[in-house]
Design a protein around this ligand. Sequence first.
Ligand code: FES
Length: 73
Amino acid sequence: MLVCHCHAVNDARIAQVLAAGADGVRGVVRATHAGTGCGSCLPVLRRVCAQAADERRRCELASPAAEDEQLAG
Ligand code: FES
């Protein structure tokens, strides 16, 4: 799904940038320039970033190592 039309940034690119360690919306904007044109994509950009962060958290919790760490306290 194309998120930022001005800079041709899609949700897959945003997920890739976040997985590489970008710090939330600001990090995605810095890495891709999404949102720096007309700005109309910023609400969708924020939502896509929040969804990606939620998915990452769920994956971390689902991994056995993370689960073991949590159980061990
Ligand atoms: S659509 Fe993203 S800045 Fe214009």
